[in-house]
Design a protein around this ligand. Structure first.
Ligand code: G3P
Ligand code: CA
Length: 249
């Protein structure tokens, strides 16, 4: 099997995370999927930003939830990364879906609702995906177990992944019983048994955030279904090397 390379917040090593620059670059570099983070504005528009607050990655400050989409669109989301990206704008989920639709890429929407439990976020995102007919190639993921429970009703139509960095006993069964049909785990949790158990339940296992040679090669060797990486170009090169070495040895 071939481990899929998913650009984490876009090609976020080379361009400001969750901007069109990072997404476009990930596509051009050959990433097979994109992972992005969703928060909800004051007027209930899903927007792509990792943090609940604006300080780290925008020219603004305060909570995303306290501003309207129009207000957030005035912010600069590129300069914090480099002046080369001055003028980058916050991207709405809608803009992202329109952009990715014609491209042959998988989609991972992470709901950032483990700190702020945005009301109806699951159904807002689900209905956007449905309108665009993108359910089939999308996985919605979240660290919130309550949110996974709410997403359960959609699990025959799209991927629902429990995200975790915690050592939970019987993790695969736990996630499955919550309603997930996929598992997204932090690299340090990666273990042969998790992969085997998940695969026996037909649950893909994807691993975050994998940026180093050794960890990439380990994920390929263990048949992970996907890795989230800030450096998709590097992951693709090392994947070629991995398969080439396998043929030679
Ligand atoms: O979806 C994988 C990964 O993005 C989860 O952690 O903090 O990078 O959003 P974080
Ligand atoms: Ca994320």
């Amino acid at each position: 099997m071939t481990t899929k390379i998913i650009a984490h917040r876009g090609a976020s090593k080379l361009a400001p995370e969750n901007t069109m620059y990072a997404f476009e670059l990930a596509y051009k570099l050959g990433a097979e999927g994109i992972e992005t983070d969703v928060q909800l504005t004051k007027d209930k528009v899903p927007v792509l930003i990792h943090d609940e607050t604006l300080k780290r990655t925008t020219s603004g400050s305060g909570y995303v939830k306290n501003f309207t989409y129009e207000e957030l669109k005035k912010l600069d989301t590129g300069t914090w990364f480099s002046r080369d990206f001055k003028g980058a704008k916050m991207v709405s989920l809608e803009e992202f879906l329109v952009w990715i639709k014609p491209k042959d890429m998988s989609i991972n929407i992470e709901l950032k609702n483990n700190k702020i439990d945005y009301k109806n976020l699951e159904s807002i995102v689900y209905h956007r995906l449905k309108e665009h007919r993108l359910l089939e190639r999308t996985t919605i993921s979240t660290f919130s177990t309550n949110s996974v429970r709410r997403l359960k009703k959609y699990r025959d139509e799209l991927g629902i992944a429990l995200l975790t960095s915690k050592r939970i006993p019987n993790l695969v069964e736990y996630a499955h019983d919550l309603g997930a049909n996929a598992l997204h785990i932090k690299y340090r949790l990666l273990h042969e048994q998790i992969i085997q158990q998940a695969h026996s339940l037909k649950m893909p296992v994807r691993v975050y955030t994998v940026n180093k040679y050794k960890s990439m090669m380990n994920c390929y060797a263990r048949n992970c279904d996907g890795i989230f990486t800030d450096a998709p170009y590097k992951a693709l090169t090392f994947r070629k090397l991995f398969h080439y070495k396998k043929e030679l040895l």
